[in-house]
Design a protein around this ligand. Structure first.
Ligand code: NAD
Length: 486
């Protein structure tokens, strides 16, 4: 029997109001630490609901774009203030909905606040260039202008930060948004929209429509009035969405999966490298797109690194993310848990040696817990070395040289983040130059990037556009080139 402590039922948010869906069907979000506990519900919306939201966004954008950047920025500053006031509650909902530990959830929400403030300030910065004309009696300049309605499709693993790092730049540059969050994180995303509601965005500027990816996500990708679509999620969904938007001539941005390598060179500080493998690979239960999943180690320190890693991983406590002693929460959903178990089985069938963990952690409430898993003797051809697992699984691989390590790092379809732990400057410079990754990190874990810097991947990880920092401007605006003849 499902329990309903602190359950919150949300409707869609359209044209500045919480609006019931045409459909009476709802999607239930449950707690992965206690699958019987319902965290909340959101509507399984219809194409009709989406149409209403897109038309509201279209009308709302016409007025929003006429405000000055400073006026738009003030609303974003207010949204940051409201979110900050509600940080504890939003973070707790996140932990209950997708299992991330409470300190991580608070950190993510605080990041959402900082992103809102960063882009609020953007409203006062330059939005064009004066370009010298060859005609002495003319003035020529470029001016950035909004695109119109932006569709936002987000995954469940960062249910606060990703919606905000897409919506905040879209909004400050004068676009309106229709967001469809992943159903597994939709209650948390709706709580963010609740804060936006209190911040006082004008009607139609921010719209939330929840529902199935195949209905609402697909509908956003196909809609001719959605000028641009920004997507974060899996490679399979992203590739399909990119093709759908391209077919109608829309603008799109895709940030997708990773299979991120961490190289451990012989001369590195081994304790720091071990900490980075643990933190970058296993925090958030390995469910970050930038998580380290392949640890490529030079043979001279392989055994020592392995021994220290095994000592450290043994200290990890698995449990409900709301409990203080928990270092690693459950997998976010039953599907994730099953998928991690499947890969642990595949790894063993392929001949890799499971040297630590990988078993289910049983609990009173039947949470989706799994021990962190470490595989030894991993070959690059194995599925566990090639496919994104999105779970707490580390694959150890042995190499002779740093050059071989870089080649191995590049031997996957993905190219999101990559780290090296080394002191030799030649090895570091070779790594920076040769590794196929959008995020290149030296003596630092693969996970994480500062919000004021460009974020995104190469190869199958991205459509090569970048998010965050000033890079976001490129996606969320276009130019008018103005020529004025005296
Ligand atoms: P997913 O692709 O299953 O879903 C992402 C979103 O797409 C959800 O909102 C979903 O409802 C929607 N969707 C599903 N089918 C659709 C369709 N046919 N048309 C339109 N939309 C559709 O991904 P997920 O499981 O939510 O998230 C995990 C994935 O996200 C991992 O691969 C991870 O690496 C990736 N991710 C990437 C980044 C990054 O910035 N590169 C960040 C976080 C997560």
């Amino acid at each position: 029997m499902a329990t309903t402590t602190n359950t919150k039922s949300f409707s869609n948010y359209i044209n500045g109001k919480w609006s019931p869906s045409e459909s009476s069907e709802v999607i239930q979000s449950t707690n992965p630490a206690k699958p019987d506990e319902v965290v909340g519900t959101v509507p399984s919306s219809t194409k009709g609901d989406l149409e209403e939201a897109v038309q509201a966004a279209k009308a709302g954008q016409q007025k929003w774009k006429k405000l000055s950047g400073a006026e738009r920025g003030n609303v974003l500053f207010k949204a940051a203030e409201v979110l900050e006031k509600n940080l504890e509650e939003v973070a707790e909902t996140m932990t209950r909905e997708m299992g991330k530990t409470l300190p991580e959830a608070k950190g993510e929400t605080a990041r959402g606040v900082a992103i809102l403030r960063y882009y609020a300030g953007e409203g006062m910065r330059s939005d064009g260039d004066v370009i010298p004309s060859t005609d002495p009696s003319a003035l020529m300049f470029s001016k950035r202008v909004p695109l119109g309605v932006v569709g936002v499709i987000t995954p469940w693993n960062f249910p606060v930060a990703i919606p905000i790092w897409k919506m905040a730049p879209a909004l400050i540059y004068g676009n309106s948004v229709v967001i469809k969050p992943a159903s597994e994180g939709a209650v948390t995303a709706a709580k963010v929209i609740e804060c936006f509601d209190k911040a006082g965005f004008p009607e139609g500027v921010v719209n939330l429509v929840t529902g199935k990816g195949s209905v609402i996500g697909q509908g956003l990708a196909e809609h001719k009035d959605v000028a641009a679509l920004t997507f974060t999620g899996s490679n399979a969904t992203g590739t399909h969405i990119g093709q759908t938007v391209a077919a109608r001539g829309g603008k799109y941005q895709l940030e997708m999966g990773g299979k991120n390598p961490l190289i451990v060179a012989e001369d590195c500080d081994i304790d720091l490298a071990v900490d980075a493998a643990i933190s970058g690979g296993l925090k958030s239960t390995g469910q970050k797109c930038t998580c380290s999943s392949r640890v490529i180690i030079q043979e001279g320190i392989y055994d020592k690194f392995k021994q220290k890693l095994l000592e450290k991983v043994g200290e990890i406590t698995v449990g409900d993310g709301l409990e203080e002693h928990t270092w690693m929460g459950p997998c976010a959903t039953k599907e994730q848990y099953d998928s991690v178990q499947k890969y642990i089985e595949i790894g063993q069938q392929e001949g890799a040696e499971l040297i630590y963990g990988g078993k289910t952690v049983s609990s009173e409430n039947n949470g989706y817990y799994v021990e962190p898993a470490i595989f030894d003797q991993v070959e690059s051809t194995m599925k566990i070395a090639q496919e994104e697992i999105f779970g707490p699984v580390l694959a150890l691989m042995k190499v002779k040289t740093v050059e071989e390590a870089i080649n191995l790092a590049n031997d996957v379809d993905y190219g999101l983040s990559a780290s090296i732990f080394a002191k030799n400057i030649d090895h570091i410079l070779d790594f920076i130059e040769d590794v196929d990754a959008g995020l290149v990190r030296i003596n630092s874990e693969t996970a994480g990037v500062e919000l004021q810097a460009p974020f995104g991947g190469m190869k199958a990880s991205s459509s090569y556009s970048r998010e965050q920092g000033q890079a976001a401007k490129e996606f969320f605006t276009t130019f008018k080139t103005v020529f004025i003849k005296r």
